[in-house]
Design a protein around this ligand. Structure first.
Ligand SMILES: C[S@@+](CC[C@H](N)C(=O)[O-])C[C@H]1O[C@@H](n2cnc3c(N)ncnc32)[C@H](O)[C@@H]1O
Length: 218
């Protein structure tokens, strides 16, 4: 008799509550997913629909570099590579990165295990398009300004940042994960030469509404 893996979301809540280290539980969770103990977390091979919609009809300029923050299993990074970006992607979870590589054996994406808070200095202002989907909201609020500053710092001169996060619901009790964004949280991606181009509020039929912010470095 086979048993169904447990739901990854309740395991994420349990692991996050059981540690004082706000980033350690991601690896434990992905490893449990690979071991079949829980369903695979954030399991999608396709690009997020809000990235796909935004990028429709856009192609990378010759030699343009793309970066995906907290890339998970690689669906968004593969999309950037398909658009023509020389794509780098990183995640703090070794298991997530190994799974992304294994799922995309022919990939041109340069996958790395890396911590948003300790990135290689040569990545500063290096990337023409930085895509951030749900990583900053997976970190507690007291890390938010450090997280947004670290993401912002990756955008090259005249480069773009696309950030997609959940909108904070009125009844959120703040216990997380995740820790969704207010409008002022989203606006705070701007600064240090990065300006807001647009902020969309996106409804999802069967899920929570999203912010989609586009920023550009002048
Ligand atoms: C909510 S998941 C989203 C994954 C993916 N972006 C997606 O949309 O499916 C957050 C991701 O950020 C990664 N992560 C969390 N903290 C990180 C950090 N400090 N540095 C790099 N990656 C991190 C996690 O391992 C996880 O893959």
């Amino acid at each position: 008799m086979t048993t169904e893996p447990r739901d990854w979301q309740s395991e994420a809540d349990r692991l996050a509550a059981a540690t004082d280290d706000p980033t350690a539980w991601f690896e434990t969770l992905y490893a449990a997913g690979v071991a079949g103990e829980v369903s695979m977390p954030w399991d999608r091979d396709q690009p997020h629909w809000a990235l796909q919609e935004w990028s429709h009809g856009r192609a990378a300029a010759e030699g343009a570099r793309g970066l995906v923050v907290g890339c998970g299993l690689g669906g968004d990074a593969e999309h950037l590579a398909a658009l023509g970006f020389a794509t780098t992607a990183f995640d703090i979870s070794e298991t997530a990165v190994a799974t992304a590589r294994a799922r995309h054996p022919e990939s041109s994406v340069d996958y790395h295990v890396a911590d948003l808070f300790a990135l290689p200095p040569e990545w500063r202002q290096r990337f023409d398009l930085v895509v951030e989907i749900f990583t900053a909201q997976a970190l507690p609020r007291d890390l938010r300004s450090r997280a947004t500053a670290a993401i912002r710092d990756l955008v090259a001169p005249r480069g773009q940042l696309l950030a997609i996060e959940a909108i904070l619901p009125a009844d959120d009790d703040g216990s997380g994960p995740p820790w969704p964004f207010t409008r002022s949280d989203i606006d705070a991606f701007a600064g240090d030469g990065l300006s807001l181009v647009s902020v969309d509020e996106l409804a999802q039929p069967d899920s929570f509404p999203l912010w989609r912010a586009e920023l550009r470095r002048t």
